[in-house]
Each structure stands twice: as structure tokens, then as C-alpha cells.
Design a protein around this ligand. Sequence first.
Ligand SMILES: *Cc1c(COP(=O)(O)O)cnc(C)c1O
Length: 377
Amino acid sequence: MQMIVPFLDLKAHHQPILDEINRAIREVIDSNAFAGGPFVVDFESEFAAYCDASYAIGVGNGTEALWLSLLARGIGCGDEVITVPNTFMGTAEAITYCGAQPVFVDVDERTYTMDPARLEEAITPKTKAVIPVHLFGQPADMDPIVAIARKHGLFVLEDACQAHGAEYKGRKAGTLGDAACFSFYPGKNLGAFGEAGAVVTQDAELQERIRTLRDHGQVRKYHHKVVGWNGRMDGIQAAVLRVKLRYLERGNQLRRSHAARYGRALAGMEEVIRPIQAPDVRHVYHIYAVRVPDRDEVMRFLTQKGIGCGVHYPVPVHLQEAYRDLGYAEGAFPVAERCAAEFVSLPMFPELTPTQVETVVQAVKEALDARDARVAA
Ligand SMILES: *Cc1c(COP(=O)(O)O)cnc(C)c1O
């Protein structure tokens, strides 16, 4: 079957900058700086500057960025870390792999990010940290979250893996808590040619601990101060990311204009719940997810029409088989569960054309008309 509008078109994104990328990769090959090294150092300072932050530490991927941040903060066995159930599994895995227990708080029905009104009731004497997730590219409502965290002495770690360049009240994602984690998985707004991630922080001591942890706890070659891990970023990934970072703003602006176009075109459709941008927030639309009735049926229709679509995420983390032992039942987090049942993510990438957006919207309309006809019959 022919794909008329792909969900994501990385080839179209890379094609115009391939010469630049090839030259960057060649430089790494010529200098043998494959693991960590000068290209990583340069990317770290450029990415920190982009985030208006003091430090960035390049690591292997976003999940590792989360894990090392929690470890650096001393979080471990017997501790609880609060996050949301509608996130990628990696957010919770990082908590579990520290030896701590993930605790979930439901999300706001309109923004799909942590509901600050529900945070305090989840805090216990064991709580050590809170990880709000900037889902789909929209920062969580950080002011009340940080205020509650400060009151209880909790570490605030932003999961900014989908939010490169997003802003909250004029401040960049990455500077809204104590530290922030980014993923450069290829499909993210800033994506590597493989796996990569980073921690961004203003905290000199924390960044030093993360740097040590990601390099086997070494303070000098073969002198290990603590037991760490191999969490270094690859030189080739850093070199590719340095090139692609220069195009991130343009990509984010294009995503925002596609989202506005989707919003206008979908406005007349009563059954479609469109994403909103909270006041005083800059959403960077890593994902453009709408909510529809009979989602699976709508998706089958779109797929048949050659429209790429996906679900982020079909099973909330608290209901994953892997977390059966946490003992959460269906109904524990009604908003996250409802969203998981209704979400469909539509094609979204910078090179999307206005015609493609119209094609997608037309197909959504036809899918819902077909569904309405079936329900009426
Ligand atoms: C992508 C992502 C991660 C994990 O990043 P990886 O680089 O794939 O390990 C974590 N949290 C969220 C919200 C993500 O979207």
C-alpha cells in the first residue's frame, strides 16, 4: 500500500544538510575521537547555550540521562519518585533501575502534563524526587510543581526528551527544575544518527557527579572514585548533533505552523479534541496528537488511506505488564487512561507540506464520517 503522508520523514529532513553532516562525520573519523572527546565537549557547550543553561552532559540516550541524574542525586532503594503514567516507559525504568519505586500522579485533561493539584497527595516521607514530563513538546505547569517540590525538599527532574526548545513563561525547557533530560533518539525534534541523550543543569556539583558517573566513576584514567557506568556520548553522534542543532529552531517553527494549520482545519470537527497550547507556553509539537472516539477504527481507516499515524502511548505505564507488581488497577488514573484510549498522533515533521496537512485532515474527516455512519446504523 502506498504511503501518501508518512508519519515522519527523516530522509526529507536530512537531505538538504547531508553534505554538512558528512563533513562533520569525516572530521570525527580523521581525528579518532569516537567515544566522548572534543566533539562531545563542543556539542555540550552549544546545547547548554541553546537551553540558556550552564551545563550539558552528553550521555548514551535519554533513558540513561534520567537514570544517571537520579543516581547522581543519591536516589536509591527505599525511595519513591513521582512521575506521570502517560509517558514513555523509559521515564519509569530510570526510577526502577536506581532501586527506587515509581509513584504516579494523573495528568491535566487539556495539557496532558502532570496535574499540580494532584501532586501533594502522592508525596510520602519516602518521596525524594518528582519528574514532570513535557509530553509531546509542551512544558508541564512547572511553577506550582516546583513550589510544592521545594516545600517538601524534592529534586525536580524535567523529562524534556520531547521538548527541545520548548518554553514556559519565557524560560527554556531544561532550566525549569534542578536538572533536565533530553533524548536525541533519531525521531525526536533534535535527533542523532543513532542513540544519544543529555542532562542539562545549572548545578555545578550535580553536573560533576553525572560526568564522573557516565565515565565509570573515573576522576583520572583508571582511578575510580565511585562505581559508575559507561554512559558516554559517541563522537560521531555529537558531530551530527552539532550540525542538526543549527536547524532545530527552524524545525520547531515549522512544526508550530503545521500545528496551527491542523488546528484551523480540524476546528469544525466536533468529535476531535485538538491539542492546546497552555497560556505563556511555547509548545514545540514533537507529536501532534488528537483525541477521537473509536480510535482504533479511525486509525485503521487512516492507515488504509496511506496516512501514517501512531499512538503515544496505547498502555499507560501503571498498567504495563512489567509494572504489575506495583499493584495499580485500571481506573487508578482516569485521565491518563482515557487519553491512552483516545489518542491518535498525526503526521508531524518540519518538511510536512500544507497540502499534506489538508490531506490528513480530509482523511480524518472521512474516517469520522464512516464511523458515524456505522454507529447510526
Ligand atoms: C524518548 C523518550 C525517553 C527516552 O529517551 P531514549 O533516548 O529513547 O532513551 C524518555 N522519556 C520520554 C518522554 C521520551 O519521549
